[in-house]
Design a protein. Structure first.
Ligand SMILES: Nc1ncnc2c1ncn2[C@@H]1O[C@H](COP(=O)(O)OP(=O)(O)O)[C@@H](O)[C@H]1O
Ligand SMILES: O=P(O)(O)O[C@H]1O[C@H](CO)[C@@H](O[C@H]2O[C@H](CO)[C@@H](O)[C@H](O)[C@H]2O)[C@H](O)[C@H]1O
Length: 461
């Protein structure tokens, strides 16, 4: 049942108008997770009118459940829930052309244009103002850290980067990440940065504000505001730049290893850790094995390597059977060069603690060996070196070594001393990447596939 706040009574007509338009618009959005399957219906979860459509700009906040047939062989699915900010105008100014959702043909809104309002500075600024004032409207709760000030009047611009979500930058001061596919529960993208801020860890921007909602008693985190690291470059851009110039990146990789270790140490202090041994490790290994089998069904090119890859997991299970134990803690969960920002004055920050968006929330919040993040970064150096022509595996090798040394210096634990664990996590990550690329960027598939060939034949024992 939708919870609606509809002072002007136009919501029903808005939803009817949006239905046919969203069926073509939604699947084209980079952040739409259900690509490749038709959209069959929408159910509103909440609709909140932020500005009535009778004015120059109407503005609606929507949580919409999107119904699609299950993937072949997949479980029946209730449909993913997406967050939209829909603007309504009589005519769309040319600068907002990329935001167009469509033109309304019938009903009270006939002749109006509906569009993605995050492209429009005024509605985007309204969100910041609501956080500043800690507004409550309908089910929406705009909240902020009382100790951090938000200056009024900051100008909004939507980031154009390829993203899983959408981010708006205000002045050069804040960045608001508006989550697109949302799931109920504690969101690690807010939970972990808040925990790190409590620990005083300076490597992660501390959340300034957040938008929550509790439709039907289910809690959702919908957006997170944090300080904007002005003039920063992300690790991926920097790595590609250095690769293009044929320059060394090992000092940066070393510093990144240190930064990762500092974040891990703070997370282990802030949140519970557990010991994994016989009995606890098996579910992790089973998860890896199942993901590999599902990936091989989804991407047939992976199938010939399945037995070799599986040996990475059985080797780990064998160590547990011999009595080895590992410490597990909360981790970043999707660490790669693009999640690392370097400020102009130097110094790395880590962002985007959401974990791998395709995994269930409960799994993303489980304590895991910290080496999982290390493996993600090692894969990322490999990605960078293989995305240039000609590929430069020597560059990746040197960066991987420097990163592990930096990590070891700051944490006292060198990830290379546990090659079986590292190989299992690198394999799991490469398998994830194969599925990710097949789904989102098929041209990139050869990049993780080259790692798959290496990992299927390497034996660290
Ligand atoms: N605090 C920040 N300061 C500066 N830029 C940021 C900050 N947080 C995110 N960004 C930029 O926004 C992009 C997307 O952020 P991210 O949290 O990774 O979103 P998504 O989950 O949608 O990929 C990043 O790649 C980075 O360029
Ligand atoms: O940043 P996101 O949370 O959206 O992460 C997803 O997209 C990433 C790509 O944008 C993807 O990362 C893979 O490609 C990167 C280069 O573009 C590379 O540095 C990473 O190592 C590689 O995994 C990520 O896996 C996915 O979850």
């Amino acid at each position: 049942m939708a919870e609606t706040v509809t002072p002007s009574g136009t919501t029903g007509s808005l939803l009817a108008s949006l239905d046919p338009l969203l069926r073509t618009w939604l699947p084209r959005q980079r952040w739409f997770a259900g690509k490749g399957r038709p959209v069959t219906a929408f159910t509103p979860v909440t609709v909140t009118e932020l500005l009535p459509s009778g004015g120059r700009v109407g503005l609606y906040h929507l949580l919409l459940r999107v119904h699609q047939p299950s993937a072949p062989g997949g479980e029946p699915h209730p449909g993913d829930c997406y967050q939209l900010l829909v603007g309504v105008r009589r005519a769309l100014p040319p600068r907002l052309a990329p935001a167009l959702i469509g033109h309304v043909a019938k009903g009270p809104l006939a002749g109006c244009t509906v569009y993605d309002a995050l492209y429009d500075p005024r509605p985007a600024e309204l969100l910041l103002e609501a956080l500043r004032r800690r507004t409550r409207i309908g089910v929406l709760r705009f909240e902020r850290d009382a100790r951090q000030e938000i200056r009024p009047g900051l100008v909004a611009r939507l980031m154009t980067a390829e993203q899983s979500n959408s981010s708006v930058v205000y002045g050069d001061t804040f960045i608001l990440k508006v989550l697109r596919r949302v799931v109920p529960g504690v969101n690690p993208d807010l939970e972990l940065p808040l925990a790190l801020a409590r620990e005083g860890c300076p490597r992660v921007p501390a959340p300034t504000g957040w938008l929550r909602a509790e439709p039907g008693g289910e809690p959702y985190v919908l957006a997170v505001l944090q300080p904007y690291v002005s003039g920063a470059s992300d690790g991926w851009e920097l790595a590609l730049r250095e690769l293009a110039k044929g320059e060394d990146f090992t000092a940066e990789a070393h510093a990144l290893g240190r930064a990762t270790a500092e974040v891990h140490t703070a997370l282990a202090r802030a949140l519970p850790t557990v010991t994994l041994g016989r009995g606890q490790l098996e579910p992790l290994v089973d998860g890896m094995t199942e993901r590999l089998a599902a990936a091989a069904r989804a991407v047939p090119a992976l199938a010939p390597y399945e037995p070799g890859l599986r040996s990475a997991y059985t080797a780990l299970a064998a160590l547990a059977a011999e009595g080895r134990t590992w410490t597990a803690q909360r981790v970043h969960g999707d660490l790669h060069l693009g999640q690392c920002l370097r400020a102009p004055a130097g110094g790395w920050s880590l962002i985007d603690f959401e974990g791998e968006p395709a995994r269930p929330l409960a799994e993303r919040r489980m304590p895991q060996p910290a080496v999982r993040d290390v493996a993600g970064m090692l894969r990322s150096f490999d990605y960078a070196a293989r995305s240039v022509r000609p590929p430069d595996p020597g560059w990746a090798h040197a960066c991987r070594a420097a990163y592990c040394s930096g990590y070891a210096e700051a944490s006292g634990r060198d990830p290379r001393t546990d090659p079986v664990l590292l190989r299992a996590y690198e394999t799991d990550k490469a398998v994830y990447e194969v599925v990710y690329e097949a789904r989102h960027r098929p041209d990139w598939l050869p990049v993780p596939m080259s790692a798959i060939r290496r990992l299927a034949t390497s034996d660290p024992t």
